[in-house]
Design a protein around this ligand. Structure first.
Ligand code: ASP
Length: 458
């Protein structure tokens, strides 16, 4: 049994929905389908989920929200009309939005989640009903009926482990099942959404729950590129990648697949394939537990992400002081800051975090570190980008670091920091934000094609 998830652009209008159903109905193993809310139909369009956020903002600020509500209903009305369906579903949509607004206007975070869930929920009902009308037995299954019981923290739902037993029972249905992505129901009976992009997470949970042989994640690209296509002209696609590699690449900016979606899959080793709804016969990218390494696929992908802040601390004889790092980390913990990397020397340590983690708290954090750790020097750098070179093959092959540093030095890029964990699955280079694109371009060309981009020297 396969579980297939279709992202927002795949279900953005009637034409796309027909393509999706051709894919779904073309394979009897595709039994359980997870759908997103209608996404953008063109570059200037707005995702339904974002329209729902605007509706929420209007309600919250006591403004007239009727036009925004109409705009949302119109997204579905367009689909209903083009699919030649009965438009009674539009009344249900209107009534549901009003019901949530009336019931939850004094509980803003609950209202937010309830309204946002509507994007996927209405789409799932609509698609199931259309497929049924085409003679294919299909059933809409709500997250509650499916057994998706989640924790009660708004916008940060996490699946409760006992849910999996109930989800397994979805195997018993004879029809094709359409389940809305992006939310579950808490034990307190509230609708709670996953983080943005969270339909991937629903798909992963369902795939694990029914012990699917494959989780197909359909989107608008034919797989995962080896580097960002806005930097590299037509980058190659990755054929196969491990869960660990995917996690590292998503962390550093590869947005095709939600990193939280890997967790349920990883546990039961459910393979994933990222495929293109518009070109379903393309092979796609497989994400699995293990992969074969050969000389051509040592490095899986290269990514670079901006928006990091680094705190640099110097203290003479730091290496001999017991508990020094613990004191620094205690400060971060008290300010609820999570950090990502911590490269160190004998008398210095750098702590790298996403800038949003420390924003608004920086001077207090620094004061506290100064006070408790009696540091010799303390500085902050906001100008950090992180280049990640990711590949399971690196622990079996000698010379990858040398290739990367060669490419970077030929392009005149100064390395502020280097970090590699014991697993040797990724190498991290801290560089200046201005060098980010140049770094991806030069390492991509040198590592994959042996081309040295000397002309990038500035
Ligand atoms: N519709 C939600 C969002 O835009 C979830 C998703 O599409 O995965 O974030």
């Amino acid at each position: 049994m396969k579980v297939a998830k279709f992202g927002g652009s795949s279900v953005s209008n009637a034409k796309q929905i027909k393509k999706v159903l051709d894919i779904v109905n073309g394979d009897p193993e595709r039994k359980i389908i997870i759908v997103s809310a209608p996404g953008k139909r063109s570059n200037n369009d707005t995702k339904t989920t974002d329209l729902l956020i605007r509706l929420y903002e209007k309600v919250l600020n006591g403004l007239d929200y009727q036009n925004k509500k109409k705009e949302i209903i119109q997204r579905y009305a367009d689909i209903v009309k083009e699919l030649d369906m009965d438009d009674e579903i539009l009344t249900t949509i209107d009534e549901t939005l009003e019901l949530y607004i009336n019931q939850l206007y004094d509980k803003p975070s609950r209202l937010y989640d309830a309204l946002l869930s509507c994007g996927e929920d209405f789409n799932a009902q609509l698609i199931a009903s259309y497929n049924n009308s085409q003679g294919i037995p299909t059933r809409y299954v709500s997250p509650k009926e499916a057994g998706l019981t989640v924790t009660d923290l708004p916008q940060q739902a996490q699946i409760i482990d006992s849910s999996y037993e109930k989800i397994y029972k979805l195997r018993n249905y004879k029809e094709k099942l359409i389940i809305p992505g992006f939310f579950g129901i808490s034990k307190q009976n509230y609708i709670v959404t996953f983080p943005r992009g969270g339909s991937d997470i629903t798909g992963a949970i369902i795939a694990r729950g029914v012990r699917a042989s494959l989780y197909e994640n359909f989107t608008d690209v034919s797989g995962i590129f080896k580097a960002n296509p806005t930097i590299i002209d037509k980058p190659e696609l990755i054929e196969e990648i491990t869960y660990r590699e995917m996690r590292e690449l998503s962390y550093a900016g590869f947005g095709v697949f939600h990193d939280e979606a890997l967790q349920p899959l990883y546990k039961d080793r459910i393979p994933v394939v990222i495929k293109n709804t518009n070109r379903p016969n393309d092979k796609g990218t497989y994400i699995r537990h293990d992969r074969e390494v050969n000389s051509d696929n040592v490095i899986s992908g290269i990514s670079c992400d901006k928006g990091f802040t680094v705190i640099n601390i110097k203290k003479y004889l730091m290496n001999r002081q017991v508990g020094f790092t613990r004191k620094i980390l205690a400060v971060l913990e008290e300010f609820n800051i999570s950090f990502d990397h911590m490269p160190s020397g004998i008398d210095n340590i750098s702590i790298i975090m996403r800038t949003n983690q420390i924003k608004g708290k920086e001077s207090q954090v620094l004061n506290e570190i100064r006070k408790r750790c009696e540091v010799d020097e303390l500085s902050v750098d906001h100008d950090l980008a992180i280049l990640m070179i990711v590949g399971e093959g690196m622990n079996q092959v000698v010379g990858t670091a040398s290739k990367i540093t060669h490419a970077l030095s030929e392009s005149n890029i100064n390395l502020k920091m280097i970090n590699q964990g014991a697993s040797e699955i990724s190498m991290m280079f801290g560089i200046r934000v201005e060098d980010a694109e140049k770094a991806v371009l030069s390492t991509y060309e040198f590592c994959y094609h042996g081309i040295c981009l000397k002309n990038l020297c500035s």
